[in-house]
Design a protein. Sequence first.
Length: 168
Amino acid sequence: MRYTLKRTAFILCLWLLLLPTLALAQASAQKVVLYRWVDDAGVVHYTEGLESIPAAYRSIAVKGSFVPDAGSIVPAKASGRLEEVEETYTREGNFYHIKGKVRNGFSQEISQVKVKISFFDEEDRFLFAETTLVDPIVLAAGQIGQYHLMVNYNPKVDTYKTELIGRP
């Protein structure tokens, strides 16, 4: 009986010593640094690690959140395409949150505008994709809608790519 109490006391002390360390590790794991870069084809890429950006694009990578200021969002002429005007990415606990705004650059309304987000590992191998609808469900010409995609945290995810889907 005495041995069991000593062992229990030891385990309790060990747990009390490790608990603050685990809490600090979890808090620092939730701090995410995000880099954004655009390749030669005009595709926007996001990643958490600068080392995963191809060397040719590291000098143009931007670190942080990617929300244009109000002065940079101006009414646009009909561009004949959907345009992403804002996007942010955060990790909260066990979830990734990707939020953004999309402008209808067509000269007529579009219904069922979707955002497809594909996730990739460090070697740029496809892992999975998720799709969400833009709100409101119908975008008039020039109108801006918003989306919010929440997916489970996956430690294999290194980058993601956003694709806007919709035509008049």
